[in-house]
Design a binder for this molecule. Structure first.
Ligand SMILES: *Cc1c(COP(=O)(O)O)cnc(C)c1O
Length: 412
């Protein structure tokens, strides 16, 4: 079945007991068994069953099954946030002394996790230009364990050549990890371009309503864990085969870090997912229209949206994303003062730090999300002091345009 259908129907086909057609919220910490032997068997993996919600929960299972199907994967672990998903994956693969390669211009929290937090544990991150495939190849050395990219970098909007980078990773027998938060499986299924593991912040377009924080890890089945670089997972692969990585996370890293979602939040993600296709189509349509409008506005100095024909990444948008470039764009009015005055003047758009909400959101990244990075680091991440990031919502386009029109007029 196609994405539009899977987003609504996969992972759950009605509650067996009550017939409830919406996924029931299993608001429980633990699960009772009649006999000591039954619970012992579940712990031993001899019988299937739930033990404790930090490890697994039926509402969350429904979300995991749906995300698995949407990403054409072999399994999924839902997490309490996008950061918990990324942290679990990377901590599940690297050890002190290892190195990772990541694209610049990606989510600031991810860069901070890699450089600051994982740096404290002796893991080194090599940042390379997302758009320049050669740099990925050059950065590989004997210590590199994985490559991490975003489908469309937030906020630099660079589009990496995913299939070429997958080939570079696979030549060195490494997994390619792709953050598909900004584009979702509606625009791209990275599995078909060679991605091995997909991560999401489901707080954004998957949820779509700005009502819950969440994340997910999906194994696409492309990486052969039995022949991989990771000794402990290799060992597990003898029993769990291709599910070895997810078993390694579920029974060790994810369990030990404690980044499980609340059952209520898994329900909210499932609820949001049902309208993913309709929302994404409108996000893409409105963002394209807004990018064209801004591009033709005399006061706007520049617009960065890979869906514009004059973007250096337009070719990749056509090739990998079917011509659709998502709901995120950035633009500049020349300086920080104008950016602040614009943000102070919008009436419909909200000044908020998230993205992927049904509502149109604007933010000045340099003084907010990236405030703790130096000017030099910000520059590398594509964050200039005049940049305004817009997460284009699904309101009527004329209303968004009129709001921007009056706010640009008031920006000086
Ligand atoms: C927001 C975001 C994250 C982090 O997700 P949280 O749910 O906020 O922890 C990771 N990657 C991208 C691309 C994001 O936009």
């Amino acid at each position: 079945m196609k994405i539009d259908t899977l987003a609504i129907h996969s992972g759950f086909s009605g509650d067996k007991g009550s017939g409830a057609s919406a996924v029931p919220i299993c608001q429980t910490v633990s699960y009772a068994y009649k006999t000591a032997q039954e619970l012992a068997d579940v712990f031993d993996g001899k019988a299937p069953g739930y033990i404790y919600t930090r490890i697994a929960n039926p509402t969350t299972t429904a979300l995991e099954l749906r995300l698995t199907e949407l990403e054409n994967g072999i399994g999924c672990i839902a997490t309490s946030s996008g950061m918990a998903a990324i942290a679990s994956v990377v901590m599940g693969l690297v050890r002190a002394g290892d190195e990772i390669i990541a694209a610049t211009g990606i989510f600031g929290g991810t860069v901070s996790l890699f450089e600051n937090t994982l740096g404290r544990f002796g893991v080194k991150t090599n940042l390379v230009e997302a758009g320049d495939t050669e740099q990925f190849a050059k950065a590989v050395n004997g210590k590199t364990k994985l490559i991490f990219i975003e489908t469309i970098g937030n906020p630099r909007m660079d589009v990496p050549d995913i299939p070429a980078i997958a080939r570079i990773a696979h030549q060195a027998n490494m997994p390619l990890i792709v953050d598909n938060t900004v584009t979702t499986p509606f625009l791209i299924r990275p599995e078909s371009f060679g991605a091995d593991i997909i991560v999401h912040s489901t707080s954004k377009f998957i949820n779509g309503h700005g009502s819950a924080i969440g994340g997910a890890v999906i194994d696409t089945g492309n990486y052969n864990w039995a022949e991989g670089l990771f000794e402990d997972i290799k060992e597990l692969a003898r029993k769990s085969r291709q599910l070895a990585f997810l078993a390694h996370l579920r029974n060790l890293i994810y369990r030990d870090l404690g980044g499980c979602p609340a059952p209520m939040n898994s329900f909210l993600m499932l609820q949001g997912l049902e309208t993913l296709s309709g929302r994404m189509a409108k996000h893409c349509e409105n963002a394209k229209k807004l990018a064209l409008y801004l591009q033709n506005h005399p006061k706007v100095q520049w617009v960065n949206y890979p869906g514009l024909e004059n973007s250096e990444f337009h070719g990749r948008i056509v090739e990998l994303f079917d011509g659709r470039a998502g709901g995120l764009l950035t633009f500049g009015l020349g300086d920080k003062q104008s950016a602040f005055r614009f943000i102070d003047s919008v009436k419909l758009a909200k000044n908020m730090a998230n993205l992927g909400d049904a509502k149109t959101l604007v933010i000045h990244p340099s003084s907010t999300i990236f405030h703790e990075f130096s000017v030099e680091q910000q520059k590398q991440m594509g964050v200039t002091d005049d940049i305004i990031r817009v997460s284009v919502g699904i309101e009527d386009f004329e209303d968004i345009k009129n709001d921007f029109e009056q706010a640009i007029k008031n920006s000086g």
